[in-house]
Structures are given as C-alpha cells and as structure tokens.
Write a protein that binds this ligand. Structure first.
Ligand code: ADP
Ligand code: MG
Length: 734
C-alpha cells in the first residue's frame, strides 16, 4: 500500500498507537509532543510509515519546517524508543546539538538531560533515561568505537546532510555497513536541499545480489521459526531508500545585487542594514558574515549607527537592536537572539553561517548576505590545512536568502554584483575533499577498516590527501610499515578524543613526567572559544592575556591561565574580568577528567597514583608538545620590514616549514598570528598547532605567488629536540 497522503488525519494511528502496531504500550502521557503547526507535522504519518518499512528514509525540507525538532518526537511517540532503545539525531555543529535539544525538551515539558539530551565532545546532558539524543556526528563516530553496530539506537537521524561535513560523510559510509548487519536499524537522512538523488543512489542496495541472498535466507529462517510476517525488528525492511519532500510555508524572496563591488563587506553590510532600517518598514534583519570577529565588528558599528539615528532629527517607528550570533556566544546572549523582538524594536542579527540552516530565527524579513563563508581548505602538497574566507556557493546563498521568507514576502541583499554572483560555484565542495584526513583515517583504521582507499564514500576524498594522511600517521608511529595501527601508539591514540598530534603529545608526556600538565594543555586546546573578547574591548583583552603570557609559548600560557582560574576558586566573575569564557573553562576541566579517565581505563597510566607532574620546570611540557607536533616545526628565517610603516613597526617575522626542506620542495613561508603570545618575540624554532591563511596586507603582496600562512598555538622548541624525538624525520645539518 502506498503511504497515506498528507491530508489524512491521524485518527487511525492516534496517540499511543504508533504504526508499529497496537501491541505497544501507550505513550508516556507525561510528555507533551511537538508543535503541530509546523509543516512537517502534516507528514507525520507518512514519515512514520516509511521509517517502519524502509531501511533508509530521506527527508528533504525547507529550513524551519520542523525536521530537526519534530521528527525525533514523532518517533518517540510512535514507540521507537521502547525497551531501552534510544533515537539519535546528529548535527554537524555543536551549538546546534545543544540548542535544539533545549528547544525540544521545552516543547515536551521535560528537563534537558532527562528524556531529551545532547552530547558534544567534552560536554553532555544525558542520562540513562535519555530517549532522544542530539549529538554531533563526531560524537556518534566515537560511540562507534565502543559499539560498532550502535546497538543502543533504533533510529539514527543524520541531520543537515546537505552540509556534507567530513564527519557526516564518514558516518554515512559507516552506517551503510551497519545497516547490512542490523535489519532492525532505521536511518533517516534529512537535508535542506535536494541532495536526495545522490543519497538515494548511495544507499540503494535493493538490487545487489548479496541483498537478495540475505533476504531469502532471512525469510527462510523466519519461516523455520514459524514467525509471522512483519514481527517488529525481524522483518527485512525495503532496501530502496524512500524520499519525502516536506513542502514548507515559504514566501517569495526578492533578491537585490550591488551595482559596484564592495571593498569592505562588513562596512557594506552595516550600511545596507541601516538603509533598510531607515525605510521604516517592519521586520527583523539578518546579516551573514564569515566569523566571530566580523560579527562583533558589525555589531559595534550598528550600535554606533543606532545611537546616531536616535540622536538625529528623523524619528523612526522602530528602534534598532543589534545582536551577535556565532558558535562561541555565551548562552544568555544566544537566547536573546531567539527571543522575539519587543514591541517597537527591530532585531538586527549579525550571524555567521550557523544561521544558514542549523538554527532558525523567526521574524526575519530582510537578509543581507556578504556572499563569503569561512571554510576549511587543505593543500595535500604542502600538508597545510587552514581556515579560509572563500566565496559562497550559489546553493548556500539560496539557503541564506530563504531565511527572509519565513514570515512573509522578504528581501535579500547580496553584497556583490549580479554578474559576479553568476561566477560563484554552484554547490559547496564537500568538506571531505578539502580537509586534512589524519583523524579520519585513524578512526577508520581503529574501526577495523584497513583498506581506507577502498572504503565506500559518498564522494571519495582526493587520493593525494589520503596518501598524505597515511604518511603523517606513519611518521607519528601510529601506523606501522604495513599501514596497521601500532599497539603502543596507534591503539592508544584511537582511544583518545583528541586530534592525533595532541594525543601523541599526551602519550609522550608519560615518558617525560608531565602528564598532569599535558592533560590541562590538551583539554584547553581542544575546547573552543576559551578567550571571549567582547566587541570593542579587544585591547583590554590583549592586556589581560599578556598577564598569563609565557616565553615558552601558547601551551604554557594556557597552563598559567588554568592555574590562575583554579586559584580564583573557578570563579565566573574572575573569568569574565579576564575575557575568558567560563563555560569553556568548566568544559576544559571536564575534558581533563575525561582524558585522565581514558588514559587509566586503557592502561596507559597507573590508576592508583596521581598523574606525574613536572612542577615548575616547563621544559618537559614543551618537549611533549614537540613530540606530538614535530610535523609542524618551523624555523625563523628573518624579519621583513615594510618600508612605509612607522619606525616602531615590529616587522614581519618570517618562518620556514622544516619538513619541506627535507623534501626539497620550495620552502613554505609562515609567520606568527597575532593571537599568539610569541607574536613579537620570534624564537628561533617553534612548533605550531594550526595555520590560517593570512589576510592580504603589505607583506602578503610581496608573496603573492606562494601565499602566506599564520601559525597559531605556538611552542618555542630547541631544534635538537626534534632530532631526538623524531630521528626518522630530522637530522642535524652537516
Ligand atoms: P528544520 O530542522 O526543518 O530546519 P527545526 O525543527 O529546527 O526546523 O525548527 C522548527 C521551528 O521550531 C522553527 O521554525 C522555529 O519556529 C522553532 N524553533 C526551533 N528552535 C527554536 C528555538 N531555539 N527557539 C525558538 N524557536 C525555535
Ligand atoms: Mg534542522
């Protein structure tokens, strides 16, 4: 029978009688369920029918139609989380996982962390009782290491699949394998755009010979056992993925372009927003920028404009309320963004692309889009992965524009010329194809997937990037000569939820007697947004940071921060005064405990004695960091001065990547990012944690052909250490 049309009411399958049959106990009457006014609610019955009968269901629907918040509630109500099972819903973004979970808990009238919870790396609100779990795709991948078939879940919803994050793509490949082994598991994939065709082909295993064989075998087994057809969990579902398209309530959005290209898109965005405001028509404004700094700069400029308008002669019916929205935003500020604007006030929200599809803002009528996005980029030739402000894809721009049509007909102002827009890429390149794959390969290997080159990908990563990752893991001694995980390093690293270089540093710390310190450094380096400089207080924030600065570099500085935080009694007020994000610091403490627990559980550290500490001597800490990050070693080459700059200008300290001189390729130029405490001091040799591509300034113009990278998270090291720690990579110059 075909799925019922969305016009059907739910009389047949009323509450307590999920489509899984009347034998299920009635739903828990203490919950309230969902928001029936959302577009997806009309499809409730159809979605449940499809999930019941198909291994894979793909839900395509406009942002804001209720996929993320409602579908897991439908499943819960229909009995998919009975007998100890839970429902998982994955998100590519941490902030989305916690925000959405909070929203759903509120809709259901339960406390967050009870029936509804979330789990992101180093932070969670879940309990034994949690039935709907919002988690990042990365956390679900971690869970697979302990439980490869994800047996605690009856349904896994992979949300925001259109984003094609590295972890989402990897998860989809792995889930395809899991589905073959678990006929009772259901997969829902939801996407804001029509990636559906590709996804359906990827998951369509209905025609393969092996499926037919397995189906026949299952049927025979069922017949032998005398089971009827359709017993819950034992009938083989249809292996053809089903696709549902949720028609949302959207209104037309008129798109406008610039006549002349904008030189500074932050300024252009602010002036566009002010122009819209001065038209004096109602409706909130949403501005898309690329990062936190830009968002803060825009909010500061908007506040100034708002004061200017308030003091002017023209009186407007609305007052402008500028608000920021980005991933590291403290909780209270975030809820202000979601609260409807009070009467007489117009919200002007400056956001990063988290507002593109992950989070929905109500009341937006105007969108201002800078048409850029901050993205990961990876060059397998140089081995450098960096964050880069890149042109937006047309598909993403359409999503952003769509945010204006939620309430009524809206307007989208793109800050570029129409002919330039036409040149933008049609779709975003999947992250898999522009990332360093070291962590991913390590995870696949530890899940027993030995031939990573032959893994079934939704879109395969570039072979050079794969080879590069294998080389790097070999250099870290994670893989042996046969590309298998080594017992001492490989298996241990796979157990730690850290990027491999930090994990390797932590392992080295055992030998060097500074596990206590490295636990703190690794935790603080893994938790995002430790520093939270408020807009307009960047200078004061720098001064606060200078109080903790250590000549050894940013890792030891983090250690100083943590010590001071502890002696303040872990005070939030203290953190605020020093422009530190208290919730990140709490989370770092949790991360520390978790890492310590893992080291002990895996027999990597004695369980009965406190972790060894190096006391006041910081050299072991720097050595441990060097042991993990030796692939990222750079030596000082010289300082270049801009002839036009002031006398006091410190110039640009230029570094050269060490490992490339060994490869006889053109040496890569690096410099120190001004967020590092080593920015001015220019030590002779450093290891770094990450790089980003430098904005174009005077020096970059001189380097136009090669580009210049800025190093972040630095530690000053001795070149001799590198030779000692990684003799297979480095040798003393003759
Ligand atoms: P989708 O996943 O289809 O994009 P969601 O389930 O995220 O849609 O959101 C559905 C609706 O729920 C939104 O349109 C919005 O009205 C409401 N909503 C979601 N999250 C929040 C929140 N944190 N605060 C207020 N309303 C929210
Ligand atoms: Mg969603």
């Amino acid at each position: 029978s075909a799925p019922a049309s969305d016009e059907d009411d739910d009389a047949e399958w009323g509450p307590g009688q999920g489509p899984r049959g009347p034998d299920l106990p009635p739903m828990n009457p203490t919950y309230r369920y969902g928001d029936p006014s959302l577009p997806v609610s009309k499809y409730r019955r159809q979605i449940l029918w499809l999930v019941e009968n198909h291994a894979v269901t793909i839900i395509v629907g406009e942002t804001g139609s209720g996929k993320t918040t409602q579908v897991p509630q439908f499943l819960l109500e229909a009995g998919w989380a009975e007998s100890g099972y839970a429902i998982a819903c994955t998100q590519p973004r941490r902030v989305a996982a916690s925000t959405v979970a909070a929203r759903v808990a509120e809709e259901m009238g339960v406390e967050l962390g009870t029936a509804v919870g979330y789990a992101v790396r180093f932070d969670n609100a879940i309990s034994e009782r949690t039935r709907i779990k919002y988690l990042t795709d990365g956390v679900l991948l971690r869970e697979m290491m302990d439980d490869p078939l994800l047996t605690q879940y009856s349904v896994i919803m992979v949300d925001e699949a259109h984003e094609r994050s590295l972890a989402t793509d990897m998860l989809l490949g792995l889930l395809k394998k899991v589905l073959k082994r678990r006929p009772d598991l259901r997969l829902i994939i939801s996407s804001a755009t029509l990636e559906a065709g590709k996804l359906r082909d990827f998951f369509d295993t209905s025609t393969s010979a092996s499926t037919a064989r397995r189906r026949a075998a299952l049927a025979a087994a069922a017949a032998a056992a005398g089971a009827g057809v359709g017993g819950v969990g034992c009938s083989e579902p249809d292996r053809t993925p089903a696709v549902v398209t949720v028609e949302g309530r959207t209104h037309p959005v008129q798109v406008h372009y610039l006549q002349q290209p904008a030189a500074d898109y932050v300024a252009a965005a602010v002036s566009a927003a002010v122009d819209i405001h001065c038209e004096d028509l109602p409706g909130d404004i949403l501005i898309f920028l690329t990062g936190q700094e830009e968002v803060q700069a825009a909010v500061a400029q908007l506040e100034e404009q708002s004061r200017r308008l308030a003091g002017g002669r023209v009186s407007y019916s609305l007052r402008m309320m500028p608000l920021p929205l980005y991933a590291g935003l403290p909780g209270a500020a975030q809820s202000a963004v979601f609260r409807p604007a009070p009467r007489g006030v117009r919200k002007v929200v400056a956001a990063t692309n988290i507002a593109e599809t992950s989070l929905t803002l109500e009341g937006v009528v105007y969108v201002v889009d800078c048409c850029f996005v901050k993205q990961r980029a990876y060059n397998p030739l140089t081995g450098l992965e960096s964050l880069l402000v890149a042109p937006l894809s047309q598909a993403s721009a359409a999503q952003r524009a769509g945010r204006a049509g939620r309430v009524r007909a809206g307007h989208c102002f793109r800050l570029c010329r129409e002919e330039d827009f036409a040149q933008l890429p049609k779709v975003t390149v999947p992250e898999m194809q522009r990332s360093n794959l070291v962590s991913m390969v390590l995870q696949l290997k530890s899940l027993g997937i030995d031939n990573v080159m032959r893994f079934e990908w939704l879109a395969p990563p570039p072979a050079e990037a794969m080879v590069r990752a294998l080389e790097e893991l070999h250099a870290l001694r994670v893989l042996d000569d046969d590309a298998r995980l080594t017992k001492d390093v490989g298996l241990a690293l796979a157990a730690l939820p850290l990027e491999p270089s930090l994990g390797a540093a932590l392992l080295a710390a055992r030998r060097l007697g500074c596990v206590e310190e490295l636990l703190t450094v690794a935790a603080l380096m893994s938790v995002p947004h430790v520093w939270a400089p408020a807009a307009g207080a960047l200078r004061a924030a720098d001064e606060a940071k200078a109080k903790f600065a250590a000549a050894e570099g940013d890792g030891v500085t983090m250690l100083n921060v943590h010590r001071a935080w502890r002696s303040s009694g872990r005070s939030s007020a203290w953190a605020g005064r020093h422009f530190l994000n208290a919730s990140s610091l709490y989370r770092a403490d949790e991360a520390r405990d978790q890492l310590l627990g893992l080291l002990r559980r895996h027999g990597l550290l004695d369980a009965n004695t406190p972790p060894p500490s190096c006391g006041a001597d910081m050299e072991p800490v720097c050595r441990a960091l060097a042991a993990g990050q030796f692939m990222c070693a750079a030596v000082y080459e010289g300082t270049q001065y801009n002839p036009l700059a002031a006398e006091s200008d410190p110039g640009v300290h230029v570094y050269r990547l060490v490992r490339y001189t060994a490869h006889k390729t053109a040496p890569l130029k690096l410099r120190i990012h001004n967020s590092s405490v080593l920015w001015r001091s220019a030590p002779p040799c450093v290891v770094y944690r990450s790089v980003q591509q430098a904005d174009s300034g005077w020096y970059e113009m001189q380097q136009a052909d090669s580009g210049l990278y800025e190093m972040q998270g630095l530690t000053a090291v001795q070149p001799d250490w590198l030779v000692e720690l990684a003799p297979h990579m480095f040798h003393r110059p003759k």
